[in-house]
Design a protein around this ligand. Structure first.
Ligand code: ADP
Ligand code: ZN
Ligand code: ZN
Length: 653
């Protein structure tokens, strides 16, 4: 009699043993899925061991119902990744494994939209491209970072290196934040790499995806291109992982297992001894620190390959302005339209409406511990830090300028389209935001195409259009409200704002040298805005790094964010406080561990659920993971509530 040890996608326990009916004994194998009885249900199990030894324990062993797959759908390497993820992201190994294998569940990798670069082979490399390639070819490092401005031609460097590796018989994984597959792209890819590529995009059905995976696992393809979840694709001989736009938060999963594709890729590459190349124009602070400390080898690509230049940037102070489109921006729009060029208006919707700031000087009240903006609570007229729980009475006088005009500030964005139509009645105006896209992806492509062709004069859009898209005709970009992302009560507010402004600015000067960007803001002197305006990346990173060091936030520490969610607010708060108390008692007087008070999440309610969180912090990840595992093992949530554990969260909302 054979026995199969299987993992199930359930939150408890590690593995279960089932007996294998003799009729199926020849087909059972590691890596296949089986249907098994579990309690009163039938579930999918993942076979991780086949043995003829009856397990000890004397409990009743049930029999598998049937085997799902003809061929294994996961490899021993993937199982190792799942086990690693279990420890790193506090999700049962079976759930990790099931998340790694294409199934009926569609991934929602939607926002923002990217246009992957051209895959057409380029004959003459620029000198920085040549240098970059030489450094990688001749280097002894295993991890590289292409720090190159937008349009510096990073893709061609990745692709040349991929060709090297493939010519030596290796396989390559090429990751992008989101893939919008166009016919042109797929033609170019196939032309360059022959038929031996698999492009994993969001329109593939699970079975098409699985087919692509089998090809990679068998070694029938040399190159797999895909977004976040393609980091799990099985390979026979993976030798190079490329991760473009490293800083993008879409690489982090927002459901359990809350993995970061960069972390998984790094783990995988180091386990396999594969090379790992990341790249971005605006690296994450985490990557930046690793580069500074020479843990990853940084290669600079400082020039654009084409004629484009970084555009001129003008900052307009909107303090006291009642309009969404200031007179200055209006004037420039008019001029641009007269010159028959096009305008991109960017509206920062990652906004947050309860920041508390001075309407005279723009000063924002921040937490003394975290430098995160404080949130105003009307019910007790106090300001709260949603990160560490610090709170204080709402201040009356601006500590910067002494004015009495401190107000909770919100940003109305609904009226902008109307305002634009009223100002420019004869212009052709279109809007693109999440609503437009969810209604129809085709509509989105139609609008983008029309804008690109010059059939739309003014395109109004959200962060969805901020990145990755190329509009050669755009000569004016207006950022309507740079502040709203600065006000996000998250220690990354400044980093996100800078990244966004820098990328948006990149939309204007990519193909021309008359690009102009107007940034409207109430905080013209904030480091994020002024550094973006001056195109001073290094300066921004220096300042932001210093602040992170002072406040001990990542990359100078690691975080685990534990959120309790439920319909009864009092119960949720009590549970979160209980969690905090358990953590405090376990930590004792260990100075390496820090527990922030249970506090409502910045988004306190989501779809009927109240949310409280407790943040754990340490300088040492191994220690932090161990500590969190102890805390969680002594803590349980009733079935009316949920606990979400987020290691290295990219957002604390
Ligand atoms: P990045 O990813 O660094 O922003 P891309 O790789 O998207 O830049 O390249 C920008 C554009 O420049 C692409 O259209 C690409 O085809 C083109 N390009 C890249 N390298 C060269 C080169 N050596 N000569 C001319 N054009 C190039
Ligand atoms: Zn003030
Ligand atoms: Zn705080």
């Amino acid at each position: 009699m054979l026995y199969a040890e299987v993992l199930l996608a359930v939150p408890v326990g590690e593995s279960w043993t089932y007996s294998v009916p003799d009729a199926q004994a020849s087909a059972i194998a590691f890596g296949k899925r089986v249907i098994v009885p579990f309690g009163k249900r039938k579930m999918t199990g993942y076979v991780i061991l086949v043995s003829d030894q009856k397990p000890e324990g004397g409990y009743e062993i049930r029999s598998i119902d049937r085997i799902v797959d003809k061929e294994p759908v996961f490899t021993p390497e993937q199982l190792r990744i799942a086990k690693w993820m279990h420890k790193m992201y506090f999700t049962a190994t079976g759930i990790c494994l099931s998340a790694m294998i294409p199934s009926g569940k569609r991934e929602s990798e939607m926002d923002p939209f990217f246009e992957p670069a051209s895959f057409r082979a380029i004959e003459h490399l620029s000198s920085s491209q040549e240098n970059a390639l030489r450094e990688i070819r001749e280097g002894s490092s295993r991890v590289y970072y292409l720090f190159g401005i937008t349009g510096s031609g990073k893709s061609e460097v990745y692709l040349r290196r991929a060709e090297d590796v493939i010519s030596q018989g290796g396989q390559v994984l090429y990751m992008v934040p989101e893939i919008t597959l166009t016919e042109q792209l797929s033609d170019e890819v196939y032309e360059r790499f022959g038929g031996r590529v698999a492009i994993i995009h969001s329109n593939l059905t699970p079975s098409q995806r699985l087919k692509a995976w089998n090809e990679a696992a068998k070694g029938d393809v040399d190159l797999v291109i895909g977004a976040r979840s393609s980091v799990f694709a099985p390979f026979r001989n993976l030798k190079l992982i490329i991760l473009d736009e490293e800083h993008e938060t879409s690489y982090k999963a927002d459901n359990a297992p809350r993995y970061h594709a960069r972390q998984v890729a790094q783990y995988r590459a180091s386990e396999l001894g594969a090379e790992f190349i990341m790249g971005s124009a605006t690296p994450s602070m985490e990557a930046w620190k690793m580069m500074m400390e020479h843990q990853i080898h940084r290669i600079d690509l400082p020039e654009r390959v084409g004629n484009g230049k970084y555009p001129k940037i003008r900052v307009v102070n909107t303090l006291g302005s009642k309009r969404n489109i200031t007179a200055e921006l209006e004037k420039e729009i008019r001029r641009t339209l007269e010159e028959k060029k096009t305008v991109l208006l960017f509206l920062n919707r990652r906004g947050y409406t309860y920041g508390y700031s001075c309407s005279v000087c723009g000063h924002v009240i921040t937490c003394p511990n975290c430098s995160v903006s404080m949130t105003y609570h009307k019910k007790d007229n106090r300001l709260y830090c949603h990160t560490c729980g610090y709170n204080m009475p709402a201040v009356r006088v601006c500590p910067e300028c002494g004015s009495y005009d401190l107000v909770p500030r919100g940003f109305g964005t609904e009226n902008i389209e109307e305002e634009a139509r009223a100002l420019f009645p004869s212009a052709r105006i279109a809007r693109l935001d999440a609503d437009a896209v969810s209604s129809s992806k085709d509509e989105m492509h139609r609008i983008l195409q029309a804008f690109r062709n010059g059939d739309i004069d003014i395109l109004l859009g959200t962060q969805m259009i901020a990145k990755g898209l190329n509009f050669p005709l755009v000569s004016l970009v207006g950022v309507l409200n740079a502040d709203s992302s600065l006000m996000i009560p998250d220690f990354r507010a400044s980093e996100r704002t800078f990244d966004l402004l820098h990328q948006v600015a990149g939309r204007a000067g990519r193909y021309r040298d008359d690009g102009l960007v107007i940034i409207q803001t109430t905080q013209p002197f904030s480091p994020a805005v002024s550094a973006a305006a001056d195109n001073d990346l290094e300066g921004f990173y220096r300042k932001e790094m210093k602040l992170r060091k002072e406040t001990l936030f990542p990359p100078f520490s690691r975080l685990i964010d534990i959120t309790i969610r439920g319909k009864n607010e009092d119960m949720v708060r009590e549970k979160a406080e209980e969690l905090e108390n358990i953590a405090v008692s376990i930590a004792g007087d260990d100075e390496d561990l820090e527990i922030f008070s249970a506090t409502p999440c910045p988004i306190e309610r989501k779809a009927l659920y109240y949310r409280y969180h407790v943040l754990l912090r340490s300088g040492n990840i191994a220690r932090l993971l161990y500590f969190a595992s102890l805390v969680i093992s002594r803590f349980s949530v009733p079935s009316s509530m949920y606990m979400e554990i987020d290691t290295d969260p990219v957002s604390l909302m």
